[in-house]
Design a protein around this ligand. Structure first.
Ligand code: NAD
Length: 416
């Protein structure tokens, strides 16, 4: 069962799992993201069909009947119990959350929507598993961004003993998680989620995996790349609210817009392609987890600064330009250690990763060019500020190699 089955990751994972395995896959979603996109003025690169239409297209193309859809509101505990009772899934993957930091910072209402979807929806799923289906392995999407300012990939994410010194005295914290720190409400909700996962696996002897997922890039997997399979397209957001950084840059590049780097671009992020993410989750769905065990792991392949992402893309096209905007977010910049912890469940994704990044970028550019006319440049520049009182976003601070013709004025986002 894949919660968030209408989403960027959820739909794509469901498509891969159903087409590549003999498993029966049930997608669950309440379609709220389609409303949030309208409210935030966001658009998708390839028009999204309805879940029923996508499933019919899957059945037509693959000749298989093992993919279905259930419209369920995860905030309704009875509805969650009904769907879990009906299928008693071997595995539940929860990708049904509000996934955007800017959305969570855009208004009090959206901060609350983020907390309720990401915490209460998750809690309802854990209750349903605890009451009805304890043999289910529950795989929950976390975020690598919960460790802002820490060299996360260098330090194991599972519980460890920590020692520290304060005013000359040594202290020991036994079996604690690496301290987490958010710089926005979205990531704060994900921090809370991880602690709830730990509590429930412990309290009710559940089998839980939290995947501290890195930023995803890419538009397709082999099952939905070709033009004839546009009915199976993944949700691809490229706007400033829901679009992730690599995806935004690629869209800017294909329309000849400068790539807009926030701040000096030294802030780093973990990255992994959509195709690799899907492969990792297919492997994770086979992971043996004991009752009462809570596994926490990364899912990433690359660690790059925002500036490096822009430079790698610009290196493909000599006409591409890079602009620097004043960073609307609060995020740490910095240097990360090259050593990283690679959990065995994601090791396969680290083979040949540099070569595959070049191929992935080329694939993404080729696909995005196909839908170039759908790209609306006006929704890519940031309109949400991290400080609620500010009336206007600042203009670009520098550009390279020459000034951008597009220096939009940034009115504070007033979606609601
Ligand atoms: N996309 C990334 O780069 C990225 C990176 C790190 C972590 N994640 C995490 O991965 C997960 C999936 O992200 P995504 O990019 O696919 O997001 P998405 O917005 O494309 O998909 C999320 C889906 O969940 C559904 N949903 C939300 N609240 C719901 C509710 N109460 N009941 C039922 N359905 C609900 C939405 O309708 C949407 O279809 C999220 O947990 C996100 O935090 C994503």
């Amino acid at each position: 069962m894949i919660l968030g089955g209408d989403g960027y990751l959820g739909w794509t994972l469901g498509l891969a799992m159903a087409s590549r395995t003999g498993r029966r896959v049930v997608l669950v979603d309440n379609l709220i993201k389609r409303c949030w996109e309208k409210e935030a003025g966001a658009k998708v690169l390839v028009p999204l069909r309805s879940p029923a239409n996508r499933i019919a297209e899957y059945r037509r193309i693959f000749g298989k009947q093992n993919l279905s859809f259930e419209k369920v509101e995860l905030l309704d505990p009875d509805a969650v119990e009904r769907v879990v009772a009906r299928y008693r899934p071997a595995v539940i993957i929860n990708a049904a959350q509000q996934p955007s930091a800017p959305f969570s910072m855009s208004s009090a209402r959206n901060a609350a929507a983020t907390f309720s979807n990401n915490t209460i929806g998750h809690l309802n799923v854990l209750w349903a598993i605890g009451r009805l289906s304890k043999s289910t392995t529950y795989i929950k999407l976390g975020s690598a961004g919960c460790y802002m300012g820490t060299d996360t990939d260098y330090i194991p994410l599972s519980k460890k003993d920590f020692t520290f010194e304060d005013r000359g005295l040594q202290y020991k914290v036994l079996q604690g998680f690496l301290p987490m720190q958010a710089t926005d409400f979205y990531h704060q909700s994900k921090i809370l989620d991880l602690l709830i996962d730990d509590l429930c696996s412990n309290m009710w002897a559940l089998k839980v995996v939290t995947v501290q997922q890195a930023t995803i890039f890419g538009a397709t997997i082999p099952e939905n790349h070709s033009e004839e399979r546009c009915g199976l397209a993944s949700r691809f957001n490229y706007d400033a609210v829901f679009g992730t950084v690599f995806n935004r840059f690629v869209c800017q590049m294909v329309i000849g817009h400068p790539l807009t780097v926030y701040g000096d671009g030294s802030q780093r992020t973990g990255l992994i392609s959509l195709a690799d993410t899907v492969d990792s989750f297919l492997d994770l769905s086979e992971l043996k987890v004991e009752s009462g065990e809570h596994t926490v792991l990364h899912n990433y392949t690359h660690r790059l600064s925002i500036g490096e992402i822009a430079e790698k893309l610009a290196a493909i096209d000599p006409t591409a330009r890079i602009d620097h905007l004043t960073n609307p977010r609060r995020e740490p910049s910095g240097k990360l250690e090259p050593q990283v912890e690679v959990h065995e469940a994601i090791q396969a994704r680290h083979a040949d990763k540099e070569a595959r990044l070049q191929t992935d970028m080329a694939t993404m550019l080729e696909f995005t060019r196909r839908y170039k006319d759908n790209i609306d440049a006006s929704i890519i520049l940031p309109k949400v500020s991290w400080s609620p009182g500010s009336a206007e976003m600042p203009a670009p601070v520098s550009s390279s190699p020459e000034a951008s013709p597009v220096t939009a004025s940034y009115a504070l986002h007033q979606a609601h």
